[in-house]
Write a protein of this length. Structure first.
Length: 379
Protein backbone atom coordinates (compact mmCIF):
# COMPACT_ATOMS: atom_id res chain seq x y z
CA UNK A 1 0.00 0.00 0.00
CA UNK A 2 2.79 2.44 0.90
CA UNK A 3 4.39 1.79 -2.50
CA UNK A 4 1.10 2.61 -4.29
CA UNK A 5 0.68 5.80 -2.28
CA UNK A 6 4.25 6.84 -3.12
CA UNK A 7 3.64 6.19 -6.83
CA UNK A 8 0.45 8.24 -6.71
CA UNK A 9 2.31 11.12 -5.07
CA UNK A 10 4.98 11.02 -7.76
CA UNK A 11 2.38 11.08 -10.52
CA UNK A 12 0.66 14.01 -8.82
CA UNK A 13 3.97 15.85 -8.56
CA UNK A 14 4.75 15.17 -12.24
CA UNK A 15 1.32 16.35 -13.31
CA UNK A 16 1.65 19.48 -11.20
CA UNK A 17 5.03 20.28 -12.78
CA UNK A 18 3.56 19.89 -16.27
CA UNK A 19 0.63 22.11 -15.33
CA UNK A 20 3.01 24.70 -13.91
CA UNK A 21 5.12 24.66 -17.09
CA UNK A 22 1.97 25.10 -19.19
CA UNK A 23 0.76 27.97 -17.02
CA UNK A 24 4.16 29.67 -17.18
CA UNK A 25 4.24 29.22 -20.97
CA UNK A 26 0.78 30.76 -21.29
CA UNK A 27 1.86 33.68 -19.09
CA UNK A 28 4.89 34.31 -21.31
CA UNK A 29 2.70 34.12 -24.44
CA UNK A 30 0.29 36.65 -22.94
CA UNK A 31 3.13 39.01 -22.04
CA UNK A 32 4.50 38.80 -25.59
CA UNK A 33 1.04 39.47 -27.04
CA UNK A 34 0.63 42.46 -24.73
CA UNK A 35 4.06 43.86 -25.64
CA UNK A 36 3.37 43.54 -29.34
CA UNK A 37 -0.04 45.16 -28.93
CA UNK A 38 1.48 48.09 -27.02
CA UNK A 39 4.16 48.59 -29.70
CA UNK A 40 1.53 48.35 -32.44
CA UNK A 41 -0.61 50.99 -30.74
CA UNK A 42 2.39 53.26 -30.17
CA UNK A 43 3.40 53.14 -33.85
CA UNK A 44 -0.01 53.98 -35.27
CA UNK A 45 -1.18 56.35 -32.54
CA UNK A 46 1.67 58.60 -33.63
CA UNK A 47 -0.08 59.25 -36.95
CA UNK A 48 -2.31 62.27 -36.40
CA UNK A 49 -3.03 63.63 -39.86
CA UNK A 50 -6.08 62.48 -41.81
CA UNK A 51 -3.75 62.22 -44.81
CA UNK A 52 -1.47 59.64 -43.15
CA UNK A 53 -1.60 56.24 -44.81
CA UNK A 54 -0.26 52.76 -44.14
CA UNK A 55 1.01 50.22 -46.69
CA UNK A 56 0.54 46.49 -46.01
CA UNK A 57 2.72 44.02 -47.93
CA UNK A 58 2.35 40.26 -48.37
CA UNK A 59 4.65 37.66 -49.88
CA UNK A 60 4.62 36.86 -53.59
CA UNK A 61 1.44 35.24 -54.93
CA UNK A 62 -0.53 35.68 -51.68
CA UNK A 63 -2.64 32.79 -50.34
CA UNK A 64 -5.77 32.98 -48.13
CA UNK A 65 -3.67 33.24 -44.96
CA UNK A 66 -1.71 36.23 -46.28
CA UNK A 67 -4.80 37.91 -47.74
CA UNK A 68 -6.90 37.25 -44.64
CA UNK A 69 -4.21 38.60 -42.33
CA UNK A 70 -3.63 41.67 -44.49
CA UNK A 71 -7.36 42.45 -44.75
CA UNK A 72 -7.80 42.14 -40.99
CA UNK A 73 -4.85 44.47 -40.34
CA UNK A 74 -6.40 46.96 -42.74
CA UNK A 75 -9.66 46.68 -40.78
CA UNK A 76 -7.86 47.16 -37.45
CA UNK A 77 -6.15 50.32 -38.70
CA UNK A 78 -9.46 51.86 -39.71
CA UNK A 79 -11.57 50.66 -36.75
CA UNK A 80 -9.03 51.48 -34.03
CA UNK A 81 -6.99 54.36 -35.46
CA UNK A 82 -9.16 55.74 -38.32
CA UNK A 83 -6.24 55.23 -40.69
CA UNK A 84 -6.50 54.55 -44.41
CA UNK A 85 -4.33 51.74 -45.76
CA UNK A 86 -3.64 49.76 -48.91
CA UNK A 87 -2.58 46.15 -49.44
CA UNK A 88 0.15 45.43 -51.99
CA UNK A 89 1.30 42.15 -53.48
CA UNK A 90 3.55 40.82 -56.23
CA UNK A 91 3.12 37.80 -58.45
CA UNK A 92 -0.31 36.50 -59.39
CA UNK A 93 -3.57 35.74 -57.63
CA UNK A 94 -4.51 32.96 -60.00
CA UNK A 95 -5.79 30.03 -57.93
CA UNK A 96 -9.60 29.80 -58.40
CA UNK A 97 -10.24 29.71 -54.65
CA UNK A 98 -8.06 32.79 -54.08
CA UNK A 99 -9.83 34.64 -56.88
CA UNK A 100 -13.19 33.66 -55.39
CA UNK A 101 -12.09 34.89 -51.97
CA UNK A 102 -11.04 38.26 -53.42
CA UNK A 103 -14.35 38.68 -55.25
CA UNK A 104 -16.77 37.50 -52.57
CA UNK A 105 -15.10 39.26 -49.64
CA UNK A 106 -14.40 42.35 -51.77
CA UNK A 107 -10.68 42.45 -51.02
CA UNK A 108 -8.83 45.38 -52.54
CA UNK A 109 -5.26 44.35 -53.30
CA UNK A 110 -2.95 46.47 -55.43
CA UNK A 111 -0.06 45.22 -57.59
CA UNK A 112 3.28 46.24 -56.11
CA UNK A 113 4.00 48.24 -59.28
CA UNK A 114 1.39 50.78 -58.10
CA UNK A 115 3.13 51.39 -54.77
CA UNK A 116 4.69 54.84 -54.24
CA UNK A 117 6.94 55.08 -51.21
CA UNK A 118 6.31 58.78 -50.60
CA UNK A 119 2.54 58.25 -50.30
CA UNK A 120 2.78 56.18 -47.10
CA UNK A 121 3.96 57.02 -43.60
CA UNK A 122 4.08 53.50 -42.10
CA UNK A 123 4.55 49.98 -43.51
CA UNK A 124 3.56 46.50 -42.34
CA UNK A 125 4.70 43.12 -43.66
CA UNK A 126 2.39 40.16 -43.02
CA UNK A 127 2.82 36.37 -43.45
CA UNK A 128 6.50 36.86 -44.28
CA UNK A 129 9.40 39.07 -43.26
CA UNK A 130 11.04 41.99 -45.02
CA UNK A 131 13.41 39.44 -46.59
CA UNK A 132 10.76 37.71 -48.70
CA UNK A 133 8.08 40.38 -48.86
CA UNK A 134 6.91 42.11 -52.01
CA UNK A 135 8.64 45.21 -50.56
CA UNK A 136 11.45 45.51 -48.01
CA UNK A 137 12.37 49.18 -47.45
CA UNK A 138 11.57 51.10 -44.23
CA UNK A 139 9.32 48.41 -42.75
CA UNK A 140 7.85 49.34 -39.34
CA UNK A 141 6.16 46.08 -38.29
CA UNK A 142 6.53 42.41 -39.22
CA UNK A 143 3.93 39.76 -38.41
CA UNK A 144 4.75 36.19 -39.43
CA UNK A 145 4.21 32.58 -38.33
CA UNK A 146 7.00 30.84 -40.26
CA UNK A 147 10.40 29.87 -38.87
CA UNK A 148 12.02 33.10 -40.00
CA UNK A 149 14.15 35.96 -38.70
CA UNK A 150 13.57 39.68 -39.05
CA UNK A 151 15.77 42.68 -38.35
CA UNK A 152 12.73 44.94 -37.90
CA UNK A 153 12.59 46.00 -34.21
CA UNK A 154 8.83 45.59 -33.90
CA UNK A 155 8.15 42.08 -35.10
CA UNK A 156 6.03 39.20 -33.92
CA UNK A 157 7.27 35.90 -35.36
CA UNK A 158 5.63 32.96 -33.63
CA UNK A 159 5.47 29.42 -34.99
CA UNK A 160 1.73 28.76 -35.11
CA UNK A 161 -0.33 27.27 -37.94
CA UNK A 162 -1.53 30.54 -39.45
CA UNK A 163 -0.66 34.22 -39.37
CA UNK A 164 -4.42 34.88 -39.17
CA UNK A 165 -4.28 33.37 -35.67
CA UNK A 166 -1.77 36.04 -34.62
CA UNK A 167 -3.89 38.81 -36.17
CA UNK A 168 -7.00 37.47 -34.38
CA UNK A 169 -5.07 37.61 -31.09
CA UNK A 170 -4.21 41.24 -31.83
CA UNK A 171 -7.90 41.95 -32.48
CA UNK A 172 -8.69 40.52 -29.03
CA UNK A 173 -5.95 42.50 -27.30
CA UNK A 174 -7.29 45.68 -28.88
CA UNK A 175 -10.83 44.82 -27.64
CA UNK A 176 -12.32 45.02 -31.13
CA UNK A 177 -15.55 43.21 -32.03
CA UNK A 178 -17.03 41.89 -35.26
CA UNK A 179 -20.33 43.78 -35.19
CA UNK A 180 -21.74 44.36 -38.67
CA UNK A 181 -21.68 42.64 -42.09
CA UNK A 182 -18.34 44.23 -43.06
CA UNK A 183 -16.82 42.98 -39.80
CA UNK A 184 -18.18 39.50 -40.53
CA UNK A 185 -16.38 39.54 -43.88
CA UNK A 186 -13.13 40.26 -42.03
CA UNK A 187 -13.81 37.42 -39.58
CA UNK A 188 -14.54 35.15 -42.56
CA UNK A 189 -11.21 36.09 -44.19
CA UNK A 190 -9.34 35.26 -40.96
CA UNK A 191 -11.27 32.00 -40.52
CA UNK A 192 -10.51 30.93 -44.09
CA UNK A 193 -6.82 31.79 -43.69
CA UNK A 194 -6.56 29.51 -40.65
CA UNK A 195 -8.58 26.78 -42.35
CA UNK A 196 -6.35 26.70 -45.43
CA UNK A 197 -2.93 27.09 -43.79
CA UNK A 198 -3.60 24.43 -41.13
CA UNK A 199 -5.23 22.03 -43.62
CA UNK A 200 -8.48 22.28 -41.67
CA UNK A 201 -6.63 22.03 -38.35
CA UNK A 202 -4.97 18.68 -39.04
CA UNK A 203 -1.48 19.79 -40.16
CA UNK A 204 1.44 19.16 -37.82
CA UNK A 205 2.02 22.88 -37.30
CA UNK A 206 -1.49 23.45 -35.87
CA UNK A 207 -1.39 24.71 -32.28
CA UNK A 208 -3.89 25.26 -29.46
CA UNK A 209 -3.83 28.94 -30.38
CA UNK A 210 -5.06 28.11 -33.88
CA UNK A 211 -7.89 26.00 -32.45
CA UNK A 212 -8.88 28.82 -30.11
CA UNK A 213 -8.90 31.41 -32.90
CA UNK A 214 -10.79 29.11 -35.26
CA UNK A 215 -13.46 28.35 -32.66
CA UNK A 216 -13.94 32.00 -31.69
CA UNK A 217 -14.11 33.25 -35.29
CA UNK A 218 -16.67 30.58 -36.20
CA UNK A 219 -19.28 32.58 -34.26
CA UNK A 220 -18.75 35.69 -36.39
CA UNK A 221 -18.31 34.46 -39.97
CA UNK A 222 -20.65 34.82 -42.92
CA UNK A 223 -21.38 31.14 -43.55
CA UNK A 224 -22.99 31.67 -46.94
CA UNK A 225 -19.96 33.52 -48.27
CA UNK A 226 -17.59 30.99 -46.72
CA UNK A 227 -19.44 28.13 -48.43
CA UNK A 228 -19.18 29.90 -51.79
CA UNK A 229 -15.41 30.30 -51.38
CA UNK A 230 -14.84 26.71 -50.27
CA UNK A 231 -16.96 25.32 -53.12
CA UNK A 232 -15.22 27.40 -55.78
CA UNK A 233 -15.71 26.55 -59.44
CA UNK A 234 -12.93 24.87 -61.40
CA UNK A 235 -11.96 26.65 -64.63
CA UNK A 236 -12.30 24.83 -67.95
CA UNK A 237 -8.56 24.95 -68.55
CA UNK A 238 -7.97 22.79 -65.47
CA UNK A 239 -9.58 19.85 -67.24
CA UNK A 240 -7.67 20.63 -70.44
CA UNK A 241 -4.35 20.54 -68.59
CA UNK A 242 -5.38 17.43 -66.66
CA UNK A 243 -5.98 15.78 -70.03
CA UNK A 244 -2.45 16.80 -71.09
CA UNK A 245 -1.07 15.31 -67.87
CA UNK A 246 -2.80 12.01 -68.67
CA UNK A 247 -1.87 11.98 -72.38
CA UNK A 248 -1.06 8.57 -73.95
CA UNK A 249 1.00 7.67 -77.01
CA UNK A 250 -0.12 5.33 -79.80
CA UNK A 251 0.90 2.29 -77.75
CA UNK A 252 -1.21 3.46 -74.83
CA UNK A 253 1.80 4.45 -72.70
CA UNK A 254 1.81 7.62 -70.60
CA UNK A 255 3.73 10.45 -72.25
CA UNK A 256 3.72 13.06 -69.49
CA UNK A 257 3.87 11.08 -66.26
CA UNK A 258 5.73 8.27 -64.55
CA UNK A 259 5.23 6.42 -61.30
CA UNK A 260 7.96 4.74 -59.28
CA UNK A 261 6.75 3.02 -56.14
CA UNK A 262 4.71 5.57 -54.22
CA UNK A 263 6.15 8.58 -56.12
CA UNK A 264 4.26 10.22 -59.00
CA UNK A 265 5.86 12.71 -61.40
CA UNK A 266 3.88 14.45 -64.11
CA UNK A 267 3.88 17.50 -66.33
CA UNK A 268 1.35 19.68 -68.09
CA UNK A 269 3.92 20.95 -70.59
CA UNK A 270 4.03 24.63 -71.50
CA UNK A 271 1.26 26.90 -70.23
CA UNK A 272 0.50 30.58 -69.64
CA UNK A 273 0.88 32.54 -66.38
CA UNK A 274 -2.88 32.82 -65.90
CA UNK A 275 -3.11 29.01 -65.91
CA UNK A 276 -0.23 28.24 -63.58
CA UNK A 277 -2.57 27.56 -60.67
CA UNK A 278 -3.49 24.26 -62.33
CA UNK A 279 -0.06 22.92 -61.30
CA UNK A 280 -0.66 22.90 -57.51
CA UNK A 281 -4.27 21.83 -58.07
CA UNK A 282 -3.13 18.78 -60.04
CA UNK A 283 -0.48 18.00 -57.43
CA UNK A 284 -3.22 18.08 -54.78
CA UNK A 285 -5.34 15.72 -56.84
CA UNK A 286 -2.69 13.20 -57.93
CA UNK A 287 -1.26 12.72 -54.42
CA UNK A 288 -4.67 11.28 -53.51
CA UNK A 289 -4.34 8.43 -56.01
CA UNK A 290 -4.24 4.96 -54.50
CA UNK A 291 -0.69 3.91 -53.65
CA UNK A 292 0.78 7.42 -54.10
CA UNK A 293 2.45 9.17 -51.17
CA UNK A 294 4.34 11.92 -53.00
CA UNK A 295 3.35 13.79 -56.15
CA UNK A 296 5.38 16.29 -58.21
CA UNK A 297 3.68 18.18 -61.04
CA UNK A 298 5.59 20.70 -63.15
CA UNK A 299 5.35 22.82 -66.25
CA UNK A 300 6.92 25.71 -68.14
CA UNK A 301 5.33 29.07 -67.32
CA UNK A 302 6.86 32.00 -69.17
CA UNK A 303 10.63 31.90 -68.61
CA UNK A 304 10.40 29.65 -65.56
CA UNK A 305 10.00 26.03 -64.63
CA UNK A 306 7.19 25.90 -62.04
CA UNK A 307 6.59 22.84 -59.86
CA UNK A 308 4.40 21.79 -56.94
CA UNK A 309 5.12 18.95 -54.53
CA UNK A 310 2.57 17.31 -52.26
CA UNK A 311 3.30 14.45 -49.88
CA UNK A 312 1.65 12.62 -46.99
CA UNK A 313 4.81 10.62 -46.35
CA UNK A 314 5.59 11.79 -42.81
CA UNK A 315 9.22 10.70 -43.08
CA UNK A 316 9.84 12.97 -46.09
CA UNK A 317 11.16 16.49 -45.48
CA UNK A 318 9.53 18.15 -48.49
CA UNK A 319 11.57 21.32 -48.01
CA UNK A 320 14.88 19.46 -48.35
CA UNK A 321 13.40 17.27 -51.08
CA UNK A 322 12.41 20.33 -53.15
CA UNK A 323 15.75 22.07 -52.64
CA UNK A 324 17.69 18.95 -53.65
CA UNK A 325 15.78 18.70 -56.92
CA UNK A 326 15.24 22.34 -57.87
CA UNK A 327 17.96 24.21 -55.97
CA UNK A 328 17.90 25.96 -52.60
CA UNK A 329 17.43 29.42 -54.11
CA UNK A 330 14.40 28.51 -56.19
CA UNK A 331 12.30 26.25 -53.98
CA UNK A 332 11.00 25.63 -50.50
CA UNK A 333 8.17 24.15 -48.53
CA UNK A 334 6.78 22.89 -45.26
CA UNK A 335 4.74 20.02 -43.84
CA UNK A 336 3.84 18.06 -46.93
CA UNK A 337 3.73 20.92 -49.40
CA UNK A 338 6.45 22.59 -51.47
CA UNK A 339 6.92 24.62 -54.62
CA UNK A 340 9.61 25.67 -57.04
CA UNK A 341 10.07 28.49 -59.52
CA UNK A 342 13.29 28.00 -61.49
CA UNK A 343 14.47 30.51 -64.12
CA UNK A 344 15.24 28.76 -67.40
CA UNK A 345 17.93 31.25 -68.36
CA UNK A 346 19.58 30.35 -71.65
CA UNK A 347 17.03 27.54 -72.10
CA UNK A 348 14.14 30.01 -72.16
CA UNK A 349 11.60 29.32 -74.88
CA UNK A 350 11.54 32.96 -75.94
CA UNK A 351 12.84 33.64 -79.48
CA UNK A 352 13.37 29.91 -80.10
CA UNK A 353 11.98 28.19 -83.22
CA UNK A 354 9.43 25.43 -82.63
CA UNK A 355 11.85 22.59 -83.35
CA UNK A 356 14.31 23.97 -80.76
CA UNK A 357 11.52 24.42 -78.21
CA UNK A 358 10.56 20.79 -78.69
CA UNK A 359 14.13 19.60 -78.13
CA UNK A 360 14.54 21.80 -75.04
CA UNK A 361 11.25 20.62 -73.59
CA UNK A 362 11.95 16.92 -74.07
CA UNK A 363 15.37 17.37 -72.46
CA UNK A 364 13.93 19.21 -69.45
CA UNK A 365 11.18 16.64 -69.01
CA UNK A 366 13.57 13.66 -69.24
CA UNK A 367 16.01 15.31 -66.82
CA UNK A 368 13.34 16.04 -64.23
CA UNK A 369 11.72 12.62 -64.48
CA UNK A 370 15.12 11.05 -63.87
CA UNK A 371 16.19 13.42 -61.09
CA UNK A 372 12.94 13.25 -59.11
CA UNK A 373 12.83 9.46 -59.12
CA UNK A 374 16.57 9.32 -58.37
CA UNK A 375 16.18 11.59 -55.32
CA UNK A 376 12.92 9.97 -54.20
CA UNK A 377 14.59 6.55 -54.18
CA UNK A 378 17.25 7.88 -51.80
CA UNK A 379 20.12 7.96 -54.28
Amino acid sequence: MEILIDMAKRKTTTRTKKENIKEESEEVEDILKECFKDSFVEVFSSLKSSKDRVAIFTHDTPDPDAMGGARALQWILMKKFKLQSQIFYSGDISHPQNKTMVNILDLHLQPIEEYKHEDFQKRIVVDCTEKNSSYSKDIDIVLDHHRSISSVPISQIIHVGSVCTLVWELVNKLDLNFDDELDQDVATALFLGIRVDTLELISENTTDRDFEAFKSLSHNINRKKLASIIDYSLPTYFFELEKELNKLDQEGESVNQITDGSCFVGTIGVTTPNRRDAIPMLADKTVRMEGIETSIVFGIVGDNLVASIRSHNTSLDVNSFAKTIFGKDFSGGKLGSAGANVPLGILSFNDSPEEVKSIIWEAIKAKLFYKVIHVASGN
